[in-house]
Design a protein around this ligand. Sequence first.
Ligand code: B12
Length: 497
Amino acid sequence: MDLIIFNPPRYSNGKFHKFNNAVLWLASYLHRRGVKVRIVPLNHAHYAETVEAELAAHRPKYVAISCKWWDTLYSATHIAKLVKQFDPGIVTISGGYTASFFALDLVNQTDFDVVIRGDGEEPLYRLVTGQSPVNVAMKGDTTLIPVIKQYVQSEEHLRELVLIDDLEEIISDTSVLNSYIWTGKGCAETCVYCAANALNNIQTFGRAKNIYRPIDKVLREVEILSRYPGSTRITFDFDPIRGLKQERFYLDLFAALPPKKYNCYFFSWSLPSTELIDSLARTFKLVELGIDVQVASERLRKVLGDRRYLKPFYSDEALDATLQHCHQYDNFIIDLSTLMGLPFETDEDVLAIKPFSDYFYDKYPALRYPYVSPMNVEPGSLLLQHPDRYEMVLFRRTFADFWQYTQRSFQENMNCYQPEQYGDGIFHPLGCASQADYARGDYFRTYETWKEVQKNIDFRSRQRVNSRMAKYMKHGLRTLGVTGGIDRSAVGGGEHE
Ligand code: B12
């Protein structure tokens, strides 16, 4: 075996493992070019035994460990340590959003030899076939060559990035496969909290512009993924909002899908047009439509949207019209996602959450009670890089801070986004507070307030569980939430788990 790719556990008990689908395309790319590659999800408590057994059985020269979401920062390094303990001669590689952002720290302070920055297909292929590497940070490096001067994917490259037909040839456990289908890459927005902002995208991937995959490739892969349990829906989570190109892409894609064969979860990062809604309704059996409202308070949405600290503003009235349009169809379930604890939030904005949510929930039976996440600081975000600009103070900033925070979550099996217990300094639950709260020493105000907001969400959500369950059953979906997509528990609040 040339290469094993491990998808790390999030917690030491193996629970709430999230499989990074990107490694399927990476491994397919390598497999097609003759590299012997195997993906192993570490989705159980005896992950250490699995690592050892895999290394002993397959004797790989290279091991790659995914580090996409920051919640697995510690666990990725922990798996790299286990690999080196087994055989120090194995070359350890990491990649993904978080690894790319902390590339120099990872190669110089942990058991990783190499980090692949940005899009991984060609760089990983070159590395494991002994060609001169691109887009890499190597042990001992102190500076980085900008990705923009190296391998930058364009729509041309995307033609070559396709899944192999039989995924069993490259993955040890197909139970992790889910319905998320990759349709495009990139984002040119500058939302305060998001690691996939234009600046970080240029630093990490060498481009911010969004690029799309050929529709015929997506169609073929929908077929491939639909063979596996847990893939009764197609999950779309890529909808940049600039221009109409994205809309055309989806309209063409949906027109090419067999009508009413699949269910879908469509996560819309902006307000979908009536044409897109009609097309979703026609194409799919059950449509779960997630709309990113960004923040319940219309006032704050406007303040932040106008400054480009969030996506462009749209009004409550526009949202109402969109929901009204969906209301004519009986095959929709709708999610509205919002954040609290954003910069420049006032008490009035927090008070606006309940009336906003009640109004829409009471008006539209197909709506789940709007979801509210407390904003946290993530590596790569503009908030992390410029807290002063947003009048915020950070409790977690450096690689060491995030590493220690995720070490505790991993070892103690604690939810790292919304922990039940928390503490001072780097163990702050959100990693940030407004300058005003900080000056008053009221470090946990947002988090404590969010908990009250969440109690109401839980209470109101329970009122409609049965009617939603009936809709799911009708469309052959036995579980609530989206497997591998936006995993939400029946009563809300469980998105991150
Ligand atoms: C799709 C998506 C999801 C899907 C993932 C489906 C799946 N199972 O894979 C779902 C909906 C599940 C999801 C969930 C979350 N996501 Co998300 N997601 C995205 C999104 C929109 C696209 C990512 C993607 O898959 N693209 C397609 C693939 C092919 O591209 P890629 O991921 O960039 O991968 C390439 C390279 O990065 C690299 N690479 C990736 N992995 C690896 C591994 C190795 C070993 C190597 C060598 C290279 C490599 O090569 C790949 C191929 O070219 C991005 C935003 C964006 N615009 O990129 C956010 C993003 C990745 N998500 C993010 C977050 C925060 C989350 C959540 C935590 C959100 C939340 N608050 O609940 C959750 C929970 C995740 C969890 N651990 O449970 C952040 C990550 C930031 C960070 N530093 O951690 C992003 C960047 C958006 C943001 N808000 O900032 N997400």
